[in-house]
Design a protein around this ligand. Structure first.
Ligand SMILES: Nc1ncnc2c1ncn2[C@@H]1O[C@H](COP(=O)(O)OP(=O)(O)OP(=O)(O)O)[C@@H](O)[C@H]1O
Ligand SMILES: [Mg+2]
Length: 328
């Protein structure tokens, strides 16, 4: 029986999931490695779609999903299980019905944690940001991935000290680069047992399709947002490159407010881009950096809006913007 402490998710397609050529390509390659019996590891900077892709893969695999988020505080028993327990029992006297006795006792009972559940029942494990856990905590994975055996601490309710991993068990890992704060170096032995797919920021078409799917903004308007964010990313002037999350924030705010880049009065659009992108790309308190980013954003917004005005499709965009304003 699976303990209530472990949440098992049904594999289901993600809402608004976008499948472009790039996404299909990474998914198919990764699925072929999984079919061949190897765990896949998506590695990349923030916002490159690792967690989303891992969940998409899990829905394609079709088995129930168990998710773990790497954590500095984790010990092996947080992954595997341990002895927990404090039991309160109510005893109702059958002869004197008014007598209700409460017995409290400490019955320590073994409870399987997520990793054990996934191995035992052949579920798909998504270990998100696994390098945030300390390498010692993750050592348990070495024999699971190689020998398909899981060592369990002695005293696990009289059961065998090891568990044979179910053949349907699959593992998908994600991680951020090692230079990120709070990230440990992954052990060579562990990395050697998985196939690492390095993910980069999305290509133009994928980024645009995701923005449109998430914000429901029209294509010409979504293009303006994407061009600005990509321009800032490519400028190399930020402490942290802006991610697709910045695009999503700008696009959703535009949509909710019912304004469009072209029709925004009093520089509302400019202000929004500066706020969102400066906050995404600089550390707290770094005023100089924020000012520098805002300056670059200003130039990019002006360039984008100027370009839009001069293109043949300006009228078409204006019409679209009216439609959108009317809808909101
Ligand atoms: N294929 C996709 N279709 C739709 N939305 C997507 C897709 N891929 C990523 N996204 C969206 O892009 C954003 C970033 O993706 P995600 O959270 O998966 O990135 P990540 O690489 O895990 O980032 P982090 O390292 O910060 O955890 C999310 O809002 C996610 O919903
Ligand atoms: Mg993630």
């Amino acid at each position: 029986m699976i303990d209530e402490m472990t949440t098992v998710l049904e594999p289901s397609p993600l809402p608004d999931f976008v499948e472009t050529k790039y996404i299909k390509d990474v998914t198919n390659r990764s699925l072929s490695y999984i079919k061949a019996g190897f765990p896949v590891h998506f590695r990349g900077v923030s916002g490159t779609g690792k967690t989303t892709l891992a969940m998409h893969m899990a829905s394609k695999i079709g088995r129930p999903v168990v998710m773990i988020h790497g954590d500095e505080e984790f010990t092996t028993s947080d992954l595997v299980g341990g002895e927990y327990g404090y039991r309160i029992r109510k005893v109702v006297d059958r002869f004197i019905s008014r007598v209700l006795k409460t017995e409290e006792d400490m019955v320590r009972r073994w409870v399987d944690n997520r990793l054990t559940v996934a191995c035992k029942y052949g579920f798909t494990l998504i270990y998100d940001e696994f390098t945030r856990s300390r390498p010692e905590a993750n050592n348990i994975l070495l024999s699971i991935l190689q020998e398909k055996m899981m060592d369990l601490p002695v005293g696990r309710g009289g059961e065998e000290p090891y568990l044979r991993v179910d053949p349907d068990f699959t593992a998908i890992f994600t991680s951020n680069p090692e230079e990120y704060a709070g990230v440990h170096r992954s052990q060579d032995a562990l990395r050697d047992r998985m196939i690492t797919m390095d993910l980069d920021h999305f290509d133009y078409d994928t980024e645009l399709a995701i923005i449109q799917a998430k914000s429901k903004l029209s294509k010409p308007h979504a293009e303006i947002v994407v061009n600005i964010v990509r321009g800032l990313r490519e400028s190399g002037k930020c402490e942290f490159a802006p991610t697709i999350r910045g695009c999503i924030m700008i696009a959703k705010t535009l949509k909710v407010q019912g304004i469009t880049p072209i029709r925004s009065a009093n520089g509302v659009f400019m202000q929004m881009c500066q706020d969102i992108l400066a906050s995404e790309t600089s550390r707290v308190g770094s005023k100089t950096n924020q000012a520098k980013v805002k300056e670059v954003v200003k130039d990019l917004v002006e360039k984008e809006l100027g370009r839009t005005k001069n293109t043949k499709s300006a009228d078409e965009i204006r019409e679209k913007s009216e439609e959108e304003t009317a809808v909101v």
